[in-house]
Design a protein around this ligand. Sequence first.
Ligand code: ADP
Ligand code: MG
Length: 695
Amino acid sequence: MDGDEFDDKKSHDDTTTAAAAKATSALDDKLQEERKTLPIYQYRDAFLQAVKDHQVLIIVGETGSGKTTQIPQYLHEAGYTKRGKIGCTQPRRVAAMSVAARVAKEMGVRLGHEVGYAIRFEDCTSRNTVLKYMTDGLLLKEFGDQPDLAEYTVLVLDEAHERSLPTDMLFALVKDLARSRPDLKVLISSATLDAEKFSDFFDSAPVFKIPGRRFPVEINHTLAPEADYLDAAIVTALQIHTKEPPGDILMFLTGQEEIETAEQILQQRTRGFGTKIAELIICPIYAGLPTELQAKIFEPTPQGARKVVLATNIAETSVTIDGIKYVIDPGFCKKKSYNPRTRMDSLQVAPISKASANQRAGRSGRTGPGKCFRLYTASNYQDLEDNNVPEIQRTNLSNVVLILKSMGIDDLINFEFMDQPPPEALLQALELLYALSALNKNGLLTKVGKKMVDFPLDPMLSKMVVASDKYKCSEEIITIAAMLSVGNAIFYCPKDKRVHAENAKISFHVGDVGDHIALLRVYNSWKETNFSRQWCYENYIQVRSMKTARDIRDQLEGLLEKAGIELTSNLNDVDAIKKCIMSGFFPNIARLDKYGSYRTLKHPHTVHLHPGSGLAEVLPRCVVYHELVLTAKEYMRQVTEVKPAWLVEIAPHYYQMKDVDDPALKKMPRGVGRIGKELLAAANIATFAKGVYPV
Ligand code: ADP
Ligand code: MG
């Protein structure tokens, strides 16, 4: 850090202190009083002493004890920000944003100034930022760019018990960094009490325990398993609301869709109550929720009303919501899992662990005695796994491997992970990166690989972006990459306007161009209207998602320049765009089979076109897909038709002519699906074999 910057920071510190002193309003006093009521407050001095005495410290305290919001502030107050920043990582984006907002408020500063947050594609910090909340993935990226993390004086790896993939990688990297930077303080913060493992890993680092305050929680199990847990959860919420004493409700659901459904049903049913029953305020919280709506869950419930928070497992430990007295726990969450057989990641709804069940129950007993309603039986509870499996042991590791390689860490087998990833998954990640030409035969990073690392995208997406240089379509490809990164929240379909919404959606798919090009058309049409909000409404497109896509696209555009890739447009050459997509996604090729479903080409298994795909009724013969999602069936989402011959052109090292040739399918007319999937499924296999299709 050069002298100028240091001076600048110092004078800035002085001005903030002065400003803060002036700005002490009644509200600030109240917040300051609240800070003092947190369990951690009593241990403030002891904590600061422990940090002073030890380079690495493990901190353990129950959710809500004040770890995330207070620790960085205490360190700031004790002067640790005089020469650099305090970085505090969170496995979840929403947590990083909401906690930063809270801390900025407590410190009486504007978010993004002294206190800021940074998550992928969004940097809400400035050069004055001294407390930086960020996702663990982002710190990992910073590690790659600046291996000594010189601008930080303290790193807090928060929510360590979550064992997210980036946090696990950070454990190893930070442990190593601490050896070469004796001035760096490292804090590992966890909500579970078994901190021994962390302590062992960090060379017997001391454990600082913050005794929590916990009131008794009455746990109720159902007598029989629930067939429909969503319905059971809603019924339970309404029973609590009508029969139980005041106190807010926290309901754990698995994702945005489920939360939205629950919200609608609850609204409908409470409308029928009339004025006899108290108001029920419904507050959703999940990863994609816009910041302004997130604030709602923290607002105090008005007298006489009751709040029901519908949350994903973000509310298990990442964010603390005050005033919760009742917890409804259906016992499920979405879990990522990697299947080495199909080499696919999928996000599946799965039973939680005992540790999670206990965390969830604990959320009701923070400020007084609570009640937890488990929508599963006591014996179901006994059958749950004790702990969550660390993410590193159940995910695709290609991104991990690419990042480590880019840091010059080549010996992955001996890399010091807290828990080793399965060797099979490591090997498959190496294979994939080799196939993508990111690694050479010796497992070393290639030029292409180096460029790929510059993009904060999964390896297949970043390969696609890097390949756009060759196909002269970088303008289009970064738009597609940005739209894909937003997830599946572009189109929306209100129940009462379904036909209009579907027609609007179809208009982007004219010519059966496939989902990737349709996304490109959506973006370009929006851009032509000068990013009009009205246009989004008229076309049933989510404005918020589009804005996110625009931000991501802007960033990718900047990164293209850094990677030395020219910005070129090749809008009219749809084949070039498709080939470019395939350059990254050639492992994701599937072919129509005789039954109207698909078989993946390389490691064959059966998959289906997602009903939301623009090609769902077309059933092209050969497709490239962006991802697989497992719901009732294994669905391919974001699909585009490709020519089998392109496979050997684009990935000759991966496919051979014999993979591509399939005489039975060749004879099938294109667009058989138009006739109707049911008919196709019912069609007689023998007819197919002869190449005759009943038209
Ligand atoms: P821990 O990290 O130990 O679980 P936190 O520091 O997150 O605890 O939370 C301490 C307290 O800060 C909570 O009880 C809650 O009252 C308050 N708090 C945290 N985040 C917010 C927020 N975004 N808005 C309002 N209050 C918050
Ligand atoms: Mg916390």
